[in-house]
Write a protein that binds this ligand. Sequence first.
Ligand code: GLY
Length: 376
Amino acid sequence: MTSPTNTIEYPVLFNTNGLHQLNAFLENTTYSKLIVLVDNKTKIFCLPILKEAIKYSFFFIEIKNGERNKNLKTSKILWEELTNIGADRNSILINLGGGVITDIGGFVAATYKRGIRFINIPTTVLGMVDAAIGGKTGIDLNGLKNQIGIIKNPLALWVNTTFLDTLDAREIKSGLAEIIKYGFISEASILKTIEEMEMDSFPLDSVLIKKCIDSKLTIVQEDPEEKNRRKILNFGHTLGHAIETYFLSKVKKEQLLHGEAVAIGMILALHLSHQIYDLPIKKVDFYTRLILKFYAKKFKSTMGSNNYLVSKLPNITNEDLAYILPLLQHDKKNNNGQVNFILLKEIGIPVLDCQIDNYQIDIAINYYNTINTLTL
Ligand code: GLY
């Protein structure tokens, strides 16, 4: 039986009356202390916006930005800080940030004193369209992504797209991969919008963000505990997570953002879909080039406070693959040691629990490397 905490029974407010809506919500909520969790970036760019918006006083605690800090060590520091502040079971933690903040903040809140309430205020594209919705909380263990965690919904979710102006070009592009994902698995109209975007200036309008949020809410509502349909949200993530984990490890110094790894993972999943389900190679080619267009060397965003050029996605070498393949054994969709992929029969028609041989992954990687090399 599905526990009521794992259904969408919390307010999801989208650009509603700015952030001032939070005042109305807090006015009707009993709590002892408010604590805002930020990272070193959201402390500078987002905390002042929140301070301006809410009339209630709060404590804040800060962690270092980035997936490398989403671990047990940081969780311990947070539990200790909550203790030092005197947070009790009636306190509320507000997670102000991207996927790392809502993941670790949700996890720390869900476990502190056996669970305190938390509110998610995502500030990145990725956070808004994915991480902050659906109750997945967690941390990495020994470099393995989201190895520890529980599903627990926030008390409320506030999505305010004004926070997107605080992002740099690389973060925006990283989030774009998750938007494209919804196009492949459920909302083909999103792909049309993406096709019409310029690579050097794409306005991530709130309509597009809202479409993704609605899509995720519908999927999660149907299957809150990822027994079945929710797995489609992992399209591109099986290899994507393994690639991200590998780049986070000491073996590779340069880090890939989550969405960048997912972009590679989606291209590989498209080619695997061709190999297994005859997804026409013309379509695979078209969408591979569409994705890579946004990760080209000469990219420059007109959005954000700190624009810069970003280098293109890396090729995956045989040496990389030797590290990446064993990491697939830790994928959370695995069943009885069997690695399960989400593939596409057609665009918009995902298939769950597909089994793949390593040589097929090899073919997909060769394909990705070839097109990526050709993309400037
Ligand atoms: N990020 C995938 C999910 O929430 O299920």
